[in-house]
Design a protein around this ligand. Structure first.
Ligand SMILES: *[C@@H]1O[C@H](CO)[C@@H](O)[C@H](O)[C@H]1NC(C)=O
Ligand SMILES: *[C@@H]1O[C@H](CO)[C@@H](O)[C@H](O)[C@H]1NC(C)=O
Ligand SMILES: *[C@@H]1O[C@H](CO)[C@@H](O)[C@H](O)[C@H]1NC(C)=O
Ligand SMILES: *[C@@H]1O[C@H](CO)[C@@H](O)[C@H](O)[C@H]1NC(C)=O
Ligand SMILES: *[C@@H]1O[C@H](CO)[C@@H](O)[C@H](O)[C@H]1NC(C)=O
Ligand SMILES: *[C@@H]1O[C@H](CO)[C@@H](O)[C@H](O)[C@H]1NC(C)=O
Ligand SMILES: *[C@@H]1O[C@H](CO)[C@@H](O)[C@H](O)[C@H]1NC(C)=O
Ligand SMILES: *[C@@H]1O[C@H](CO)[C@@H](O)[C@H](O)[C@H]1NC(C)=O
Ligand SMILES: *[C@@H]1O[C@H](CO)[C@@H](O)[C@H](O)[C@H]1NC(C)=O
Ligand SMILES: *[C@@H]1O[C@H](CO)[C@@H](O)[C@H](O)[C@H]1NC(C)=O
Ligand SMILES: *[C@@H]1O[C@H](CO)[C@@H](O)[C@H](O)[C@H]1NC(C)=O
Ligand SMILES: *[C@@H]1O[C@H](CO)[C@@H](O)[C@H](O)[C@H]1NC(C)=O
Length: 734
């Protein structure tokens, strides 16, 4: 009975499959050669996500990612993001495609394909127009096999971007590619020069993207060969040098020239004015010099002019204000000079960001800026500007970011009374631009609502006199308050502890006296991360504590009251501020002992209590602060043994000196007064002291460094790898 059933089933199966087979033969419409070619490709690559190529029909035109023309020849193969892995490289003699002679579109982007492409015979695909291998792991140079070429004459779009290609691009690689329109090799590690014959072999090119590689040498002469079609030319984030070639200025079709982060030099030739369709000109972070072209105003379509961090000099040509399409004008970190008061910025009705920081501009703040209705970010810092903030600036309703630091302005009260009308203002830098005036006090500002969106306020280094005014308490969104290096006297007000958003308070170098109020230990934004953490990017990056940031959320949280006349005990409530990274209490008159509660500050990276009158012992529990890389209690009246273990084994003698009663190895003063009989032998003790904790300290130190790197990555990595982050690079001084 059992045997019979099995036989019947077998028979049935046979019958079924032969019917199916007939059926398949009937509907099969895919070309046999194409199908074999696809199957040979299939054997080369593997895919964890199932392709329905073998399990279903033999009609390859119905397979995943395959499309055919009316003659049932395969024209499209599109398998982006299918987790394909493997290589397209010999030893496989039967590379997929050799016989897919009608294939015009091949898209294998966003997979894990790898290996060199050296001998992959794409040139046999005589109809291939689009080849997209971007976002894979291909490596090696681009070099055609001897006596052959890599690309078929039909190729129009070639995207090899975001792979691991290295080595150079051989000029003959493009020999036959006379129809090429788009070439993107960005985000690889190509070396050597940009292939110079490109515009000769491929005069139809419209888009060229070489950015984020290691190309060196000059930008090729010969780009003029592309003069009837080229629209986009990108080669930023390489090591290119030399002047812009003259024939670049003849490519009138250009809409975008983007060459930031290279070592290019020389002037911008005045003939650039002929590129009347230019909308984007990005030459920042180079060595360009000379004056801006007088005729730059002819570029009436120019939207983005980014020339920051070069060596441009001279005055701004008045015609710059005829670039009426400008939305972004970034000229910071150059050697520009001259009086800007008379420039008519009001013609720039679309401008959103103007950055003139760190130049040698003189004159007043231009009144015409007030008529730029779309202005959201304005930086004038680090110049030689004089006069007052013009009253008309009250009409800049879109302004979010204003930096006036490091100028020679006067009337800080007037400035704040005007700027409080800029309702969207969230960042206001006005450090070192006023001098020795009274602090704007409550009589001036308390009853005037305003600044309700302010998140950063700096008024440091202005030698302002008076007390900390209570209008500041109304700034409910304020995260950063810097009043350092002034002549502010009186107490630190207790209400500061109730400011809901404050996480950086810098009162360094004033004449503040009295206690550090225990209410400071309530600062909510230093106790718990309020969910309102603002991740948005600022219109302009800014320097803070000598580092560059382009958003607020990753600023190191700190409480800095060093160099004042504060007295009394360090309130133990400070220990609640778990999110603190920096705590400076140094150079005051604090007395009493160090509260052990400070060991709750688990994120602390720096703790400075030096030069006070602190007494008692250093709490051993502070050794548990594993991120602390800087610590000082020098010049106090502390006693007893310096804590052991953790980071304490890495702090230098200078952290502790000036405390005659402290003891410990780092000071060379033994803590043991009378050796007792039952103690361990000295050698053993010493070795335990010097070896084991060193190991731990080393490990902890390494951990801190790693964390710090990750922490700052959003700006630090912007310099090299993350080329999207065009605005950021470390060590730029405004
Ligand atoms: C294979 O999958 C695609 C969708 O991914 C579908 O459109 C096609 O019909 C399938 N082919 C067969 C033969 O099942
Ligand atoms: C191409 O097809 C021919 C016969 O049609 C065959 O001899 C050859 O091996 C095929 N080549 C590849 C790479 O599949
Ligand atoms: C390739 O496919 C990806 C993903 O669908 C797509 O974004 C990309 O534009 C395609 N490439 C080309 C050249 O069409
Ligand atoms: C080139 O490809 C990268 C991704 O690899 C992309 O970000 C960039 O926009 C492309 N360039 C052009 C000009 O489209
Ligand atoms: C650059 O390529 C890497 C992979 O090689 C990718 O992860 C990254 O997103 C790419 N960057 C850009 C800007 O396309
Ligand atoms: C390119 O990268 C591959 C794989 O990392 C390496 O083996 C090869 O030596 C590199 N070639 C060049 C020219 O740097
Ligand atoms: C400039 O752009 C316009 C509009 O897109 C176009 O008609 C014109 O041909 C372009 N000029 C050049 C020189 O490419
Ligand atoms: C950049 O170019 C200058 C000359 O213009 C040269 O002195 C300098 O060494 C170059 N720097 C790099 C990193 O190539
Ligand atoms: C501008 O380019 C022309 C050639 O097109 C050249 O003769 C002239 O000297 C260049 N001017 C500057 C300032 O480089
Ligand atoms: C600008 O710098 C160039 C050298 O790069 C110098 O020859 C020229 O005199 C300078 N112009 C001004 C106005 O300082
Ligand atoms: C002020 O900011 C808000 C929120 O970002 C925005 O909706 C509004 O349009 C801005 N006001 C002006 C005048 O730009
Ligand atoms: C605090 O102010 C001092 C003195 O101006 C300055 O050196 C330091 O960078 C400031 N720190 C912060 C976090 O604002």
């Amino acid at each position: 009975m059992l045997t019979l059933t099995i036989t019947t089933r077998l028979l049935l199966l046979l019958l079924l499959s032969s019917i199916l087979h007939v059926h398949v033969l009937v509907v099969l419409s895919c070309n046999q050669i194409d199908r074999d070619s696809l199957l040979s490709f299939y054997t080369q690559i593997s895919s964890p996500t199932h392709l329905n190529w073998t399990s279903t029909t033999d009609d390859c035109c119905q397979w995943d990612g395959v499309a055919c023309n009316g003659d049932d020849r395969v024209t499209h193969l599109s398998l982006p993001g299918r987790s394909l892995s493997g290589t397209l490289t010999p030893p496989y003699e039967y590379f997929l495609a050799a016989n897919l002679s009608f294939l015009s579109y091949l898209n294998l982007s966003h997979n894990h394909l790898s290996g060199p492409l050296l001998f992959t015979p794409f040139h046999t695909l005589n109809h291939l127009q689009t080849l997209d291998l971007s976002f894979n792991r291909f490596f090696g140079p681009l070099q055609p096999p001897p006596q052959s070429s890599f690309l078929p004459v039909s190729i129009q779009t070639l995207d090899l971007s975001s792979n691991l290609f290295n080595g150079s691009i051989h000029p003959s690689f493009f020999r036959r590619a006379s129809n090429l329109i788009t070439l993107n090799v960005s985000n690889n590690s190509f070396t050597g020069p940009i292939p110079s014959s490109l515009c000769t072999s491929s005069p139809l090119l419209q888009i060229l993207d070489f950015s984020a590689n290691k190309f060196s040498g000059r930008i090729f002469h010969g780009i003029g060969g592309c003069s009837s079609n080229l629209k986009i030319f990108r080669a930023g984030f390489n090591s290119l040098s030399g002047w812009l070639p003259y024939d670049l200025y003849r490519v009138k079709t250009l809409t975008e020239i983007s060459l930031p982060n290279n070592n290019l030099s020389g002037p911008i030739n005045n003939t650039i004015a002929l590129l009347s369709n230019l909308t984007i000109l990005e030459l920042h972070y180079n060595q360009f010099s000379g004056e801006l072209p007088n005729d730059i105003g002819l570029l009436s379509n120019l939207q983005q002019l980014q020339l920051h961090t070069n060596r441009f000099n001279g005055t701004l040509p008045p015609s710059l204000m005829d670039c009426t399409s400008l939305t972004t004008l970034l000229l910071r970190n150059n050697l520009f000079a001259g009086d800007i008061s008379g420039l008519d910025f009001s013609k720039l009705q679309r401008i959103q960001a103007i950055d003139l920081g760190n130049n040698n501009f003189v004159g007043n703040i231009p009144q015409s800026l007030c008529l730029c209705r779309s202005l959201t970010a304005l930086r004038l810092s680090y110049n030689l500007l004089v006069g007052e903030v013009p009253p008309c600036m009250a009409s800049l309703k879109s302004l979010e970011h204003l930096s006036l630091s490091d100028n020679y302005l006067s009337n800080v009260v007037g400035a704040l009374k005007i700027l409080k009308h800029c309702e969207n203002l969230s960042v206001l830098f006005t450090s070192r631009c006023f001098n020795n005036e009274p602090m704007p006090d409550d009589i001036d500002l308390l009853h005037l609502n305003g600044f309700q969106n302010l998140q950063i306020l700096t008024l440091g280094g202005c030698q302002l006199t008076g007390q900390i005014p209570s209008w500041i308490a109304r700034l409910r969104k304020l995260k950063v308050l810097n009043l350092s290096i002034n002549q502010i006297s009186g107490p630190i007000p207790a209400w500061l502890g109730d400011m809901p958003s404050l996480f950086v308070l810098n009162l360094t170098e004033n004449h503040l006296s009295g206690d550090l109020p225990r209410e400071i230990g309530r600062l909510p934004a230093l106790i718990a991360d309020n969910a309102s953490s603002d991740l948005s990017y600022l219109a302009l990056p800014f320097l803070f504590d000598a580092k560059q940031y382009n958003r607020l959320f990753n600023l190191p949280r700190g409480l800095k009251v060093g160099y004042n006349n504060l007295s009394g005990n360090i309130p133990p409530e400070i220990g609640r501020l778990k999110l603190l990274h920096l705590l400076d209490l140094n150079n005051n008159n604090f007395s009493g002992s160090i509260p052990h509660e400070l060991s709750n500050l688990v994120n602390l990276e720096r703790l400075d209590m030096s030069t006070n009158h602190l007494s008692g012992e250093i709490p051993q529990s502070l050794a548990g602060l594993t991120f602390m890389s800087s610590f000082s209690v020098a010049n106090n009246d502390l006693e007893g043994e310096i804590p052991r273990g953790g980071q304490f084994d890495t702090f230098p003698i200078t952290s502790f000196e000036g405390n005659p009663k402290l003891c410990g190895n780092v000071l060379g003063r033994s803590c043991r007064v009378v050796p007792q009989d039952n103690m361990a032998p000295e050698e053993e003790h010493e070795s335990a002291w010097s070896n084991a904790p060193f190991g731990v300290g080393y490990f902890v130190g390494f951990f801190v460094v790693s964390i710090t790197l990750v922490f700052h990555c959003s700006w630090r990595c912007g310099g090299g790898d993350n080329f999207n982050d065009l605005e950021t690079r470390p060590n730029v001084i405004y």
